[in-house]
Design a protein around this ligand. Sequence first.
Ligand code: PBG
Length: 338
Amino acid sequence: MPVDAPTAGFPTHRPRRLRTTAAMRELVAETRLGTSDLIAPLFVREGIDTPVEIGSLPGVYQDTVDSIRRGVGELAELGVRAVMLFGVPATKDAVGSGAFDPDGIVQVALRHLRADLGDDVVLMADLCVDEYTDHGHCGIVRDDGVVDNDATIEIYAKAAVAQADAGAHVVAPSGMMDGQVGAIRAALDEHGHDDVAILAYSAKYASALYGPFRDAVDVTIAGGGDRKGYQQDPRNARESLVEVFADLEQGADMVMVKPALAYLDVIHEVRRHVDVPLAAYHVSGEYSMIKAAAANGWIDHDAVALEHLTSIRRAGADLILTYLTRWFAEFTAGKATS
Ligand code: PBG
């Protein structure tokens, strides 16, 4: 792009001309952010009568089936086009049966939501077992403590079918097992769900920013363990492309990078390489940091929230999973309370 050389005292290229008024700035903005770019992660908990606010995620609740039905109805009215469901079961076991039980809490919620809303809202279901296992790992744990890849993807395939049977439009495998997308695609197709899409959590890092989420789903990893044996090492960026290409080859329809802000370089790089819709997950810790700092009066909640979300779009994400979805939808509709 040729730029006129500044002449003495009279630079002809003056970017500030395009920053003079709010209307001008709006006109030339390179990045747009709208309610329909956002996906609301929601938690539905079995065995409670009233919603429970999550201490480390102010403004986010563990919903009852009734309250999630009301909540998603309200989000739809506000223009939100998609939600991602997470379940908190009343009981957990070694294999995470609640994840594939047709009467598991997410499947129950999905059936209601699909009946209530039909195809007005894209119903996505997080597909993993950590919320459902008593040891808190994302799969079947072998005697030596290692998560068994191939035994786990068999369980994921069953969970995908249960979620699709219950009305999910999209299943979103988040467990980072090798071959999970292919196994899920095959199972869905075999059960007549060839139109159910897969949003793969392709580049998911072993991040400390998931802390508040684990409160939200009552997960503690047994023995002080971690997920470094299956989630990506934060030091690796190129590896994300290996993961993304593997998922696309296996049939992923959309891919995700997670978390978002500490991984904007990864989002940018994946965007350069793929043309499928790219999502980024602004995770629980990213949300909580805004809330906590704003509660202390240290930062301006609304301004920082907008800057975070806009930066994720600028880096190249089409879609953002964020606990700020409802706030953003209300804010843009002119009635946010943060
Ligand atoms: C796994 C899953 C996690 C998140 C989404 N799916 C937790 C993990 O990998 O430990 C984290 C989301 C967040 O922090 O907001 N089912």
